[in-house]
Ligand binder design. Structure first.
Ligand code: FE2
Ligand code: FE2
Length: 380
């Protein structure tokens, strides 16, 4: 039997997914989404995508739609406004605060947004070209976004950027020379900015009130509250893109078709380029305390922190343990464990607060797409 064809146990697989979904409280919506994914009929082309490949591509398409939605919100307020990434009119105060991290931030935000739009657009078009169902999350576009001047105020959003709980442990994870989050090591890492884990913080101005006290000029006057919002964004950019940096290699290990593998190996490293850039810029976030909520951004280069695990310019992955403690340390992306990677990504983004306010149906559909991706088997 051609291993690249849909297995004859298709209906069994579908039933088991739906049962798993039911155990999670997943209703008819998720079952409908799933059946549309599995409606894909494999051709006779032995190099074509397998059912597992399609599941991986559909999950990635969903995440890229979500990424594009969040980046679009950043771009409307803090990016370059042009026809390549239309939507907003920009917020001079927020843009100025973000530019404290680097004068090119507006360009980078614009380009990261354009990249994410290209990612989901390509993945969906590729799915359609193979007779598979593209992913749409349109019906979940229900969240109210920023009402600050510059944002497209009436546009409903998929993601929330105004109550985030950002995990900055990626910072120390990539700087550690002795630890690895993956088995057999299973290490955990302290966050660079512990305060961002203890509350819900805006990464964009919610209304013009968040811009109070800003005075344009050279240099501009940027109140600490506004700078804290920009700092939060700076670390959140890196958090999002380190996730993509891991997710593509994690899922690539279970892809079967060489062409689908090529897609993952071609998009994944662009996430890494984003991460590398953002990690460098986040290191320029000024140390301060937000007077409105106590959120503290410490100086990562001096005591009591300091040391290599926090040093801001160590933006290239420090060599660390990998696979087996007996092997020499190596500079690597981390984590890259493939088991459960899609669900882990959903959990990380949920914990981030990105989906705060979303409906149970949204979580059901996203979990279903993730479970299908995690069930994909290389060569299966
Ligand atoms: Fe992406
Ligand atoms: Fe990305």
């Amino acid at each position: 039997m051609n291993q690249n064809r849909l297995p004859s146990g298709d209906s069994t697989n579908r039933r088991s997914f739906v049962l798993k979904g039911a155990a999670l409280g997943v209703g008819a919506v998720a079952a409908g989404t799933l059946s549309s994914g599995l409606a894909f009929a494999a051709g006779t082309d032995s190099t074509g995508p397998t059912q597992g490949d399609i599941a991986i591509l559909r999950f990635l398409a969903a995440l890229e739609i979500l990424e594009a939605d969040l980046w679009q919100q950043y771009n409307e307020l803090g990016g370059i406004q042009d026809s390549e990434v239309p939507g907003g009119t920009g917020s001079p105060g927020y843009t100025a605060a973000i530019q404290i991290l680097d004068s090119d931030m507006a360009q980078y935000i614009h380009d990261n947004t354009e990249d994410e739009v290209s990612h989901f657009t390509f993945l969906n078009a590729y799915l359609a070209s193979k007779g598979a169902q593209p992913v749409s999350l349109k019906r979940f576009r229900t969240l109210q976004g920023s009402q600050a001047t510059g944002a497209k105020k009436n546009q409903k959003r998929l993601t929330n950027l105004m109550q985030l709980t950002v995990d900055t442990s990626f910072w120390t994870r990539y700087r550690s020379r002795t630890q690895n989050p993956d088995p057999p090591f299973n290490n955990t890492f302290p966050p660079a900015i512990p305060g961002l884990l203890n509350g819900q913080f805006p990464a964009i101005p919610r209304t013009d009130d968040d811009l109070k006290g800003f005075v344009p000029g050279n240099p501009p006057t940027i109140p600490d509250h506004l700078q804290a919002i920009a700092n939060t964004a700076g670390f959140h950019f890196a958090f999002i893109e380190q996730g993509g940096t891991s997710l593509y290699p994690q899922l690539a290990q279970r892809v079967t078709s060489p062409e689908v593998l090529r897609i993952l190996l071609s998009i994944g490293p662009t996430e890494t380029m984003h991460f590398q850039t953002w990690q460098d810029k986040a290191g320029n976030a000024p140390a301060l305390t937000d007077p409105t909520n106590g959120l503290k951004f410490p100086d990562l280069n001096s005591k009591p922190l300091g040391g290599e695990d926090f040093q801001t310019n160590l933006i290239m992955p420090e060599p660390t343990v990998f696979l087996n403690p007996g092997l020499p340390a190596v500079s690597i992306v981390r984590p890259t464990e493939t088991r459960g990677a899609a669900m882990a990504a959903v959990k990380a983004l949920t914990d981030d607060g990105l989906f705060r306010g979303q409906s149970p149906d949204f979580f059901a559909v996203l979990s279903q797409l993730a479970m299908a991706a995690d069930a994909a088997v290389r060569g299966g």
